[in-house]
Design a binder for this molecule. Structure first.
Ligand code: GLA
Length: 707
């Protein structure tokens, strides 16, 4: 077998060097190399021994270890009662198949095996699966096994990661790469508002549309760790994996630990290129009922409309109003179950509150269905309130540690899902709800971080995530037609790990359209629009207190999975008609918005845009947050159009979308509303389209079609 092994995607390649002993070495992960452009000489030929170094100085490998010549961040940290702390692979078997490499590394001294599978597909999605098997006769204490160790070249300049808090998720922040290790860790036990397990790395000069960018994310909903460490040759090693609590994993003899899968991409088309590969990966992961995505139905969510104040007659009225506006799915949020009058009690008691719903939920669900809407229901199964029937009966079911205080958040505790009786109980409750009511949709919430997460005194974080996935999988097996939304205090559980079990993410509790622009753009870097929920909220945002025009709120929510979260009974006739117009427009466009390639860009002077589509036809959303600071609007360059063709641009507007301000118009802009503005593609790509003058907090929706 050749020592040089390569995988090629459409625009990226990876090359590794197989050694008879030791882990394979990284030679390349980056822009596409020609099939025959990989030098066959072994990397060893170009290596030399630097002063004051080991004769066997190790170049970066796919699985660096500690103690036998490795000085950097190890991909594996483990021991047996303090022994065998230094691993070294004495054999590596390779199996190659189209698009994939399977490596089996064996350390016969430490008696362990690591299986590493790498695949690179035509969308340039690199997937790495890593599994460790304890082949010894004693338990192996596992402290860390990286899901992957990725090479970055010396011209990598900065890392863009995600920060945030409740209602301000997916805030992108750039850190320059320097001589110190860059580190992000999440110990909250769930994906968390500030713990998204992934990032982007940009080369010198890389922007949204051009330049080399790398991205990686873990398919995982629990604790995580990622670091980028400088290498001795000016490049970097990027490691991502599950953060394990002290003593969390002791692998019994013969047992294996599967690290969270890693999904990565490299593109020369800037951060948008990585984004499109991530969208392809997410689209390949989601499992739609029936096998294919049905048009994403418009939601009415009751949370900000009524909160805990469930009055059956009022909710019926809300559903009737919603149906009249074109809503397709009615989601009954928190507040419906036994004793739930506020957020201080009742989680765990998953049966309808007899005072609010004397006949149960069936009459309301039947009313919703009679209107032609699907019925959806909010649950938060992983939780228990200390003030609940469930907790009074089973106080021992909450995650806890003897001698440590039980810390509440939102006055609730977390159930220990790894206890079989807890998982069985939750399955029973949910199964009976799904069997007894015509529920098409579950909004599955999870509203707190994990603390004192003990299972028989041992750290329970890892087991909790797997038990959650198992519970979701079991429910889906028994109710394959039901769609599930992953919500966690807004967007604190948006990741590829939970995606095989859900079909929608609740992006943020913040429905303020101004805040939403940034939140959604951050989330769109990693997830496609059809999976991200976006609701038109009340005129005055409940989370920020700011007020915005309906047209702006609707235009910001429209390209994602649209919903409405407001008390429709309070809208006047004009607002109802306008909202109905936006819903109709969404239905007309969703087939083109969802599943299409996406471009995110900035035009300058505070204008941001996103285009859904391709060189033949695209839908372009232009958002201005602040009023202009310039006399004339900037031109918007369209990198997705074909320079060889001409394009016709039209404003997609109906009565609901309002007019452009009169003082911002020109003959070109008048043409947008009439015959269309015809512009050469080369001009749109390079010089750009001269935008009309937009007011602050406004949007423009254009269709850009090849003539
Ligand atoms: C969380 C969710 C909200 C809503 C409330 C209900 O905050 O993110 O959308 O469902 O819980 O308590």
């Amino acid at each position: 077998m050749s020592r040089i092994l390569a995988l090629h995607g459409t625009a990226s390649s990876l090359v590794i060097e197989h050694l008879p002993q030791g882990a394979p070495l990284w030679r390349w992960w980056g822009p596409r190399l020609p099939e025959h452009g990989v030098p066959l000489h072994a990397a060893a030929e170009a290596r030399y021994v630097p002063p004051s170094s080991l004769e066997q100085e190790l170049p970066p490998s796919l699985l660096p270890t500690f103690g036998v010549g490795g000085f950097g961040q190890a991909a594996l940290l483990a021991h047996r009662h303090g022994q065998q702390f230094a691993q070294h692979f004495d054999a590596c078997a390779v199996r190659q198949e189209p698009g994939a490499l399977h490596l089996t590394l064996r350390d016969t001294v430490a008696a362990l095996q690591v299986e590493l599978s790498l695949s690179l597909d035509a969308q340039d999605v690199l997937r790495i699966d890593t599994r460790l098997v304890n082949e010894g006769h004693t338990p192996l204490a596992l402290q860390w096994l990286a899901s992957a160790t990725l090479p970055l070249p010396a011209h990598a300049r900065c890392v863009r990661s995600l920060h945030g808090q409740w209602s301000h998720e997916f805030r992108c922040h750039d850190d320059a790469l320097g001589p110190s290790t860059w580190l992000r860790q999440n110990h909250r036990g769930r994906t968390a508002h500030d713990g998204f397990p992934g990032a982007l790395v940009l080369a010198e000069g890389t922007g949204a549309h051009a330049g080399t960018a790398w991205g990686a994310q873990l398919a995982w909903s629990g604790n995580s760790r990622q670091c980028i460490e400088p290498r001795e040759d000016g490049g970097w090693l990027w490691q991502l994996g599950e953060w394990l609590a002290p003593g969390e994993l002791y692998l019994p003899p013969g047992e294996a630990y599967q690290a969270p899968p890693l999904v990565a991409a490299c593109s020369t088309q800037g951060t948008n290129g990585v984004m499109r590969a991530f969208h392809a990966a997410a689209r390949a992961t989601v499992r739609w009922p029936g096998g294919t995505m049905a048009p994403r139905p418009v939601h009415l969510n009751t949370w900000e409309a009524v909160y805990f104040n469930h009055d059956e007659a009022a909710l019926r009225e809300l559903a009737t109003e919603a149906a009249a506006l074109g809503v397709e799915r009615f989601v009954l949020d928190d507040g419906w179950f036994h004793g739930r009058r506020d957020d201080a009690r009742a989680l765990g008691d998953w049966w309808p509150d007899a005072q609010k719903y004397p006949q149960g939920l069936a009459p309301l669900a039947a009313h919703v269905q009679s209107l032609g809407l699907q019925f959806g229901l909010w649950v938060e199964p992983e939780m228990v309130s200390p003030d609940s029937e469930l907790y009074r009966a089973h106080p021992d079911w909450a995650l806890q540690l003897a001698g440590r205080p039980l810390l509440t958040a939102r006055q609730q505790l977390v159930l220990d899902l790894a206890r079989p009786e807890v998982a069985e109980h939750l399955f029973g409750r949910l199964d009976s709800l799904l069997a007894s009511l015509p529920i098409a949709y579950l909004k599955w919430d999870m509203n707190r971080d994990l603390t004192t997460a003990g299972h028989d005194g041992r750290a329970a974080y890892h087991g909790q995530v797997h038990a959650l996935y198992a519970l979701l999988a079991r429910l889906r097996e028994h109710h394959p037609g039901v769609e599930i939304e992953s919500c966690a205090s807004g967007g604190a559980r948006i990741d590829l790990g939970i995606l095989p079990h859900v079909q929608r993410f609740w992006t943020s509790d913040n429905n303020d359209a101004r805040s939403r622009v940034a939140i959604q753009r951050g989330a769109l870097q990693f997830m496609p629009p059809e999976l991200l929920g976006a609701h038109v909220g009340a005129e005055r945002s409940h989370t920020t207190g700011r007020s915005q025009a309906l047209a702006f709120r609707a235009a910001v929510a429209l390209p994602l999975h649209l919903g409405v979260e407001a008390d429709l009974r309070r809208l006047d006739a004009a607002a109802r008609a306008e909202l109905a117009g936006w819903i109709a427009l969404y239905k007309q466009l969703r087939g083109r918005l969802h599943g299409a390639p996406l471009w995110l860009g900035e035009a300058g002077d505070g204008i941001v845009w996103q285009a859904h589509g391709d060189a033949a036809s695209a839908l372009l959303f232009v958002y201005r947050l602040e009023p202009t600071a310039q006399r004339f609007s900037p031109a918007l360059r369209m990198p997705w159009v074909d320079a060889q063709h001409r394009y016709v641009l039209r404003r997609l507007c109906g009565a609901a979308q309002g007019a452009l301000p009169g003082w911002g118009r020109s003959p070109l802009h008048d043409a947008l509303d009439a015959q269309g503005a015809v512009v050469p593609g080369a001009w749109l790509r390079e010089a750009g389209f001269e935008l009309p003058r937009l007011t602050g907090e406004s949007a423009l929706l254009l269709e850009v079609n090849k003539v």
